[in-house]
Ligand binder design. Sequence first.
Ligand code: MLT
Length: 236
Amino acid sequence: MLLSVLPLPHPDSKKLIQDARVVVIDVLRASSTILEALMNGAPFVVPVASPEHAFTAKKQYAEKDVLLCGERQGIKVAGFDMGNSPTEFTREKINGRIIIMSSTNGTKAIDFASNAKQVMIGCFRNVAAIVGTLNDDDTNIVLLGSGKLGQFCMEDMVCAGNMIDMFLSKKGLELSDSAMAAHDLYLHYQKNLLGIMQHCEHGRYLASLGFGDDVVFCSRQNVYTRVPILQNGIIK
Ligand code: MLT
């Protein structure tokens, strides 16, 4: 059983993705926000690649049942109801509302992974639950980072390394080079996850926008045991 890590979506990786169970990781912040929305009563999340798709998708639902959420450059998209700040996704605001979400890198990565055998949404807040689910069969696994505008993203790779660390005892497990590298990163930073998240590019950027609390929120491990799954275009 091969476990690979892809730091970000790349067209050459389509075949690898198709044959695997894929965990899409966008620690800061889309994966963490999707999980939070579901935990606070959203019946499901519809991930879409662009704000235009979000406005179109909204037409299928009654106005009162749906919230348009997401960001560009970390900031709420004009005309959307909410941005991408998981700390704002409270039960009070979310309960019973369908979330249509478009984010810069996270929902694009989800779209990229959509032909996989199975697509899960992972972050630090459900890391052990993801590993528990991965343990239940021997299909190859891809941990797919969302990256940042086509570049490597530290926090997603450290989170992938955390998953690998918990999965190492799996019999017959083979790690790709990038999986080994992600695991090494995790071992290096495991005692200071918040520190690396505050120090990495996107963590610093979010803090500069006033979203420093989101970085702290997203650094917490194993808050939930839920594994969001993408099926037929919706995440439950
Ligand atoms: C993304 O998809 O790029 C993000 O989740 C960015 C963010 O809102 O911090």
